[in-house]
Design a protein around this ligand. Structure first.
Ligand code: 7RM
Length: 580
């Protein structure tokens, strides 16, 4: 540690392990993907057909001169071609970086430049709540400032007009015209990079989490097998977008390597009606559903009637991921969706861990609502105090992982120092998760949430520093601090305290403008829920913003704990007296 390697000297091709291994078996003509677009269009793609698609795209990449190790950015809607693109990268040893389609052109540009991508794969658009999200237009904007990008491959999904730049942009359907549907997969080293996935950290710059091949594939294949109890007769549906790690591990790599059949859905959960998910479960016969607490809470709020008009009798297993699930939401999920018949696997893991780390095994582990229960095979987590000493059962502390595991991240792209500092310096020789947790008397783990400057808003990781730097990039803002406050629906809501430059007048209009500005800089997922103008921010004498205090103000609570390091208490007093 911190540079563990697995299967040294071994060689494999990850796409072969997801596709070719099923050919010539009974799975060959089994559905790999059942796709439903938001408008209701359905497509089924068998493993053999998927293999053809991936082979053709691999040839397209090679004809473009893409080589093993080159980076390819994928900025696509949740359609089968996004999966095909990922697997085609893996096939030729290119490193994909999937950027969630909800991120702004600005965020896309930063990610492309950080990893120096040569190719961008996108679509004209994707459907979301009946509207077209214009992805190609966003790419055009991002590429105004990305010197490494030579080509853009564009899928036609929505048929909306786009501008194709001569010499740079190629239509997907034209590029692969005539490309052979067979492609011999080369074997790559077990530690060959598979993908980079950017995730929020405690500084303004997202971290490029690097995963490699054999260990990562083992981690997600084995966990998918045991945690989701995948059978050939199952129809598995993970509602995560491939822009997140959950989509990488538990839509693509962990499931395809198991030969599973999965449902992929393009659009919003409440379009055209808030019963879209339940309609789809019945329409296709979904047996395993893996979703996020924030979605469950939204369904609860939309009302039971939308659920009760559907049978849901195909379901046999439910999963939860992304944030702690509150017992109330757990009970609703269990009774309303699972009809008290389906176990719930509450799976704790991170972009960095690559695969599920703390989880029940369905039908095996007795469940407690809100607990991820026990570590998965080979995972050795501990809850420790600030000195790294294990705390007694029942006490809270920091969650660490004491032994390397196959699917762990290998480094942060281009910044190994940050990798070492971020994960391996809090406690010598062990991995620090950034989460707080406690173990109960039965040894069950209860995750409390992030204890660093990372928020979890609707299951999305957002760094407070990213939001702050977006705010101060606005010409009216002098200083900004972003904190989370508990929110019934989203888990955490994003509250921003802003001081304005001299002479700038505070107004509701400006608040709106700042919210849009952040959405524009980062993406709609980071749009602040509340903005509060302040004449000053509480700071230490050395000038550090005391976020802890702002968090308490945002929550409407009392200021507890030490305020002796505050430079000027009157700032706090005025913030408190000026509640919204
Ligand atoms: C898979 C994923 C990671 C952070 C993690 C936690 C929180 C995720 C759970 C959870 C409680 C869970 N990757 N988290 N799963 N907290 N119970 N089952 O979400 O990199 O985007 O986020 O999410 O704080 O550190 S992630």
């Amino acid at each position: 540690m911190p540079h563990a390697k697995w299967f040294i000297g071994g060689r494999l091709n990850v796409s072969e392990n997801c596709l070719d291994r099923h050919l010539g078996t009974a799975r060959e003509n089994k559905a790999a993907i059942i796709f439903e677009g938001e408008p209701g269009d359905v497509r089924t793609i068998t493993y053999k057909q998927l293999h053809f698609h991936v082979c053709r795209l691999a040839h397209v990449f090679e004809n473009m001169g893409i080589q093993a190790g080159d980076r390819i950015a994928i900025y696509m809607p949740m359609v089968p071609e996004a999966v095909i693109a990922m697997l085609a990268c893996a096939r030729i040893g290119a490193v994909h970086t999937v950027v969630f389609g909800g991120f702004s052109p600005e965020a896309l540009k930063d990610r492309i430049n950080d990893c120096k991508a040569r190719l961008v794969i996108t679509a004209d658009g994707g459907w979301r709540r009946g509207k077209i999200v214009e992805l190609k237009a966003a790419v055009d904007k991002a590429l105004e400032n990305t010197p490494t990008v030579h080509s853009v491959l564009v899928l036609r999904r929505c048929g909306n007009p786009v501008q194709m730049k001569e010499g740079r942009d190629i239509w997907w359907h034209e590029a692969w015209e005539g490309a052979p549907n067979q492609h011999k997969a080369k074997a790559f080293d077990s530690e060959h990079p598979l993908f980079i996935l950017y995730t929020s950290g405690s500084t303004g710059k997202p971290k490029g989490v690097l995963h490699t091949s054999a260990g990562y594939l083992l981690g997600c294949k084995m966990s998918a097998h045991y945690v989701f109890d995948i059978k050939d007769s199952d129809l598995y549906w993970c509602t995560a977008d491939i822009g997140w790690i959950t989509g990488h591990s538990y839509v693509v790599y962990g499931l395809m390597s198991n030969g599973a059949t999965m449902l992929i859905y393009e659009g919003a959960p409440n379009h055209p009606q808030p019963d879209r998910f339940w309609r789809m479960v019945d329409r296709h016969g979904v047996t395993i559903l893996y979703t996020a607490p924030t979605a469950i809470r939204a369904f609860m709020r939309w009302g039971d009637n939308y659920v009760l008009r559907h049978r849901l009798d195909s379901l046999r297993l439910l999963g939860s991921v992304g944030e702690p699930i509150n017992p109330e939401a757990w009970m609703w999920y269990h009774t309303m969706i699972g009809k008290k018949r389906c176990p719930i696997v509450d799976t704790w893991w991170q972009t960095e861990t690559g695969a599920i780390m703390i989880t029940p095994l369905p039908g095996v582990t007795p469940l407690k609502p809100g607990s991820g229960t026990q570590p998965f095979f080979g995972v050795v987590p501990k809850v420790v105090d600030d000195q790294g000493k294990e705390v007694p059962r029942g006490s809270g502390g920091k969650l660490i992982i004491t032994k390397p595991w196959p699917s762990m991240l290998r480094t942060l792209w281009g910044d190994d120092e940050r990798y070492k500092k971020q994960y391996w310096s809090e406690f010598a020789g062990v991995y620090f998760t950034g989460d707080g947790a406690r173990q109960d008397k039965d040894g069950y783990f209860w995750i409390v949430g992030r204890i660093d400057d990372v928020l979890n808003v609707s299951g999305h990781r957002i760094g407070t520093a990213e939001v702050e730097s977006a705010l101060v990039s606005h010409s009216s803002v002098a200083e900004a601090a972003a904190v989370g406050r508990p929110d019934e629906l989203k888990g955490q809501a994003l509250v921003c305290f802003v001081t304005l430059k001299a002479g700038i007048e505070a107004s509701d209009k400006l608040k709106e403008e700042l919210r849009s500005h952040v959405a524009h800089e980062i993406g709609a997922l980071a749009r602040p829920d509340y903005i509060r103008f302040a004449s000053g921010l509480p700071k230490t004498r050395s000038g550090k913003i005391m976020r802890r205090i702002l968090k308490e103000i945002a929550t409407g609570g009392e200021i507890k704990g030490d305020t002796s390091t505050l430079e000027d208490f009157s700032v706090v007093a005025s913030l408190q007296s000026d509640e919204e």
